[in-house]
Design a protein around this ligand. Sequence first.
Ligand SMILES: [Zn+2]
Length: 138
Amino acid sequence: MKRANQEILKSKYPKLFPTSLSAEGKFTTGFQCQDGWFTLLDNLFGSIYRYCSSDNKEYPYLVYLKSKFGYLAIHFENSDEVIFGMKHMASHMSTRTCEFCGTMRNVGQTQMPWIYTCCELCYEGNQQGKDLTWAPND
Ligand SMILES: [Zn+2]
């Protein structure tokens, strides 16, 4: 993800990125996904913020966030079952959202050895996809 987009998310949701914990090895891997999932992450983090602030709960903090086998793999410490549900929903949505441009139209996945979720246009325009095959979602 572009540095500028990372900074937007960090400045909107600073409690999910505690710097003291980063120093201890939390979220040192950073954002390991493309910009197409920016809106998905913005909505997920916004939902977590609303949930925590309205209930006066402690905020969870990010440990990792990556594109893995075509879906958003994300892990929070200090989480609960509600946040787990939000995270699960975001991961599911990521398999329907182009990781490169964010569209939900004509989205599918590349096949082994490198599985990622993208639309047909991004697949065709993406150098990384040249040796991979792509199939639309059901
Ligand atoms: Zn796309």
